[in-house]
Design a protein around this ligand. Sequence first.
Ligand code: HEC
Length: 132
Amino acid sequence: MLASFFIFMTSCQSAQELKSEQYFVEGYQLYTTHCSNCHQADGKGMSNLYPPINGSAALADKAFLACIIQNGMTDKIKVGGRDFNRPMPPNKKLTDIEIAEIVSFVTMKWKKDSTFTDIETVQAALKNCKVY
Ligand code: HEC
């Protein structure tokens, strides 16, 4: 009884780990195509033009991340004590799952999240986006 419960727990965890790896790899590719031109491969941004994602407080807010990936942003913002006010373009063609993969990649890579961000989290966020 106890033993079979244990086996269930273990296989459940590795499914989660497998999915995290998949999202990370897919997210990395999407980041390279859609984000790294501006924010750079190392996520550190570019001078006063493009803010860093690596080290940004924005990584703590997955709803914000999902919304700006889809809709872009035009606000003035301060990241790491520096001002940025260029517009970030929207990505209207990305699917919800692709957005979840990008959110997973940036939060696992630069906030050391141990697991992926699921599509349900992203879809709930996208229903309630503000204009940034
Ligand atoms: C054309 C350049 C460009 C591209 C491509 C781009 N961004 Fe941005 N991004 C910006 C700019 C400029 C800002 C600051 C916007 C502002 O000041 O309102 C920004 C802001 C951000 C922020 C909030 C500030 C911060 O760094 O914490 C995040 C997070 C972010 N972008 C992530 C992404 C992700 C993920 C992608 C790919 C889906 C992406 N960006 C694609 C230019 C870009």
